[in-house]
Design a protein around this ligand. Structure first.
Ligand SMILES: Nc1nc2c(ncn2[C@@H]2O[C@H](COP(=O)(O)OP(=O)(O)OP(=O)(O)O)[C@@H](O)[C@H]2O)c(=O)[nH]1
Ligand SMILES: [Mg+2]
Length: 279
């Protein structure tokens, strides 16, 4: 039985009307979006029919999570900055994005701007070694902004197509760590206007509504352009993709469904919606 149908069964409660609000919150849609959609279900009278309600919600979801057309980037390299809380999957995602781009025929460079954890640069270097992607790194304790800038210079010199910069894990409420992120962004911008083109939050899908909170906090603090949700190979179903789009306005570009490079999937609306509600 699909995740969705399991939820419907669970919230049906004694043959009465389904508790749609509880169901949608359980599916990680967040309170605000859940309430909004449930009000619409009630007002339209669809709440009493699970089939009709599902069709309605499918359509709402499909419209909501649409991916905006890519902005034309004339500069080379295109630069992606990955940020997020500790252990969310940033370093792995940097490598996976690199591997994907390589498969598409693009030349990639990696920047290891996590100089906080001693093993962080080694972890990215190991990935670089395996994938044949050069990595700019520095000794632990080095100013991460300087490593980011050096990686930009290296990527420009070698004329690669894509630079992916990994950063240290941090909570969005730690002021000094946020300032460090701001400095990384500002230093890159100072060297080349428009860089980084993308500032993506990498968030662990198993934290459920935590993803929405993180997206809100990081977006307010330093400005995000998109989301990547990792660890969706477990029980998490990704409802937070809709919540983040509705409440923070950020599109999701990739989903992580495992630890290997090929487990990073481009976000596809149709596939996502089918997966969420069950085929
Ligand atoms: N199952 C699963 N595991 C993942 C996924 N993405 C990352 N991981 C695992 O999560 C763990 C943490 O990943 P990292 O990439 O090191 O996370 P990070 O955000 O760089 O961590 P810090 O640098 O310490 O903040 C690793 O064991 C990864 O293999 C995913 O999509 N699915
Ligand atoms: Mg890391």
């Amino acid at each position: 039985m699909s995740f969705w149908n399991q939820l419907v069964d669970r919230f049906r409660g004694g043959g009465e009307e389904i508790d749609w609000e509880a169901l949608l919150i359980e599916a990680d849609l967040g309170i605000k979006l859940a309430t909004e959609w449930v009000d619409e279900l009630r007002e339209s009278g669809l709440a009493r029919s699970p089939e009709k309600a599902e069709l309605y919600l499918r359509e709402k979801m499909t419209k909501l999570v649409r991916i905006p057309p890519p902005l034309p980037i004339r500069q080379k390299p295109e630069v992606i900055l990955l940020i997020g809380v500790n252990g969310s999957g940033k370093t792995t995602t940097a490598a996976k994005l690199g591997a994907r781009a390589q498969q598409e025929g693009r030349v990639v460079h990696l920047g290891a701007a996590d100089t906080f954890r001693a093993a962080a640069a080694e972890q990215l270097e190991a990935w670089g070694g395996r994938l044949g992607i050069p990595v700019t790194s520095a000794a632990p304790g080095t100013d991460p902004a300087s490593v980011a800038v050096r990686s930009l210079f290296a990527a420009q010199e070698t004329k690669v197509d894509l630079l992916i910069i990994d950063t240290a894990g941090r909570q969005a409420n730690k002021r000094n760590l946020l300032l460090e992120l701001e400095k990384i962004k500002r230093s890159l911008q100072k060297k080349t206007e428009g860089v980084p083109h993308h500032t993506w939050l990498v968030a662990d899908g198993t934290t459920g509504s935590g993803v929405l909170a993180q997206a809100n906090e990081f977006h307010q603090a330093i400005g995000l352009t998109g989301l990547i949700v990792t660890k969706l190979d477990g029980s998490a179903r990704g409802g937070m993709v809709a919540a983040v789009r509705a409440e923070v306005g950020l599109p999701t570009y990739y989903l992580g469904r495992g630890e290997k490079p090929e487990d990073l999937k481009r976000f596809e609306v149709r596939e996502f919606v089918d997966n969420f509600f069950g085929d």
